[in-house]
Design a protein around this ligand. Sequence first.
Ligand code: 13P
Length: 247
Amino acid sequence: MKKLAAGNWKMNGTRAAVAEVQALLAAHPAPACEMLLCPPATLLAEMAGLAAGSALAVGGQDCHANAAGAHTGDISAAMLADAGASHVILGHSERRADHGETDALVLAKARAAIAAGLVAVVCLGETEAQRDAGETLAVIAAQLDGSVPKDATAGQLVIAYEPVWAIGTGRTPTIAQIAEVHSFLRARLSAHIGAEAANTRLLYGGSVKPSNAAEIFAVPHVDGALVGGASLKAVDFGAIVAALAAA
Ligand code: 13P
């Protein structure tokens, strides 16, 4: 399994920011891991053009569950693919919170993404209140069972564990907490999709930065990262890519 360093630019970046992509590719033309950047939809086609033929894949941050139709403001999986995306992030906690996305909706979107030939990067993770209440594994199990298509293959699916309280806060779980969740995720995914789970990438996300990447990548069943803030700067994301390539 090739490990995956993925960046989620969220609602950041205008056309000037694609200079960061050029800098990233110049510094890391052929890393020993996969690289993925998910810019806002407005930058997808331009970034995909820059990344064509390189080691960098480009993805969307959401898609609609339907293939086309009267859905003002939405973007279909086929449109992302047409703009040059190979992946799409689905069920990010910000979308679950800001747009009321349920597991059932994330599942429908994941099916649509896979049908359009995209890799579905399905996000899950507990809130701080849920962790404090001892519900972490139960929450993650319910999200996984509810949002991951049962017939997904390792090539069609990536799972990102992102504890909500670690996103954008500078706080991270302990290594033991990450290890507990990731080994639970591997077993639960295996019960859900079978043998394909062994080769499905399980990413950790939430305040990953150059200074903590190496110790997180040493955790069993952590096959890469989904990086927010630190993916916006080529030098920071490049350092995370280098740490993963060395892991
Ligand atoms: P930060 O790396 O900024 O904490 O964001 C993580 C995230 O939400 C990636 O999807």
